[in-house]
Design a protein around this ligand. Sequence first.
Ligand code: CO
Length: 218
Amino acid sequence: MTTDKKKLDLERLFEQNRSWIKKVTHEDPDYFSRLVDQQNPEYLWIGCSDSRVPANQIVGLKPGEVFVHRNIANIVVHTDFNALSVIQFAIDRLKVKHIIVVGHYGCSGIDAAMNNVRIGIADNWIRHIKDVHDKHYHELCTIHDQEKRLDRLCELNVLEQVVNIGQTNIVQDAWANGQDVAIHGCIYSLCDGVLRDLDSTITNMDELNQRNQRLLAS
Ligand code: CO
């Protein structure tokens, strides 16, 4: 492929950018001058990198309204300084009030973990999902339909990540300092676009411990 051809491929994006600017400033002439001064999001979104699950569009939020971190299968582990940096910045600097873990049904990262599909380097990343699978093995074994079992593992993965976030010293320090931070678990359906609450919100240490106990017992 020549360099000119590559430029042409990107030209569509630059054109769309120009028409987006036109549309936005037509509706709100101060849009950029207001945003450039500060971002003030109330939400931190931790979701899957899947291109079909874009944070802002799904929940109708504008630029500046949601701080976003995405990775394969929306995992938060305590050795991932990328995710931890995002969480700390969101809590300490941006003072977000809500952290939302958003999984999605039919996640291919979760599918690869459940069915031992080799991907490459990501095999090591999705090993964390295999841990979730093994932890909830007995429950998952009762679900004979493959698709339903995958969907349940997608939900369980979200629930585990909610607890993982609550177990960071970042969140626990914020709670100890009286800062309001709620951690929520949600799941998105690619089939109908619906975002569902998994009723797993935690806002303090007691709720974290209860949620963790429930996951250990299930
Ligand atoms: Co996914």
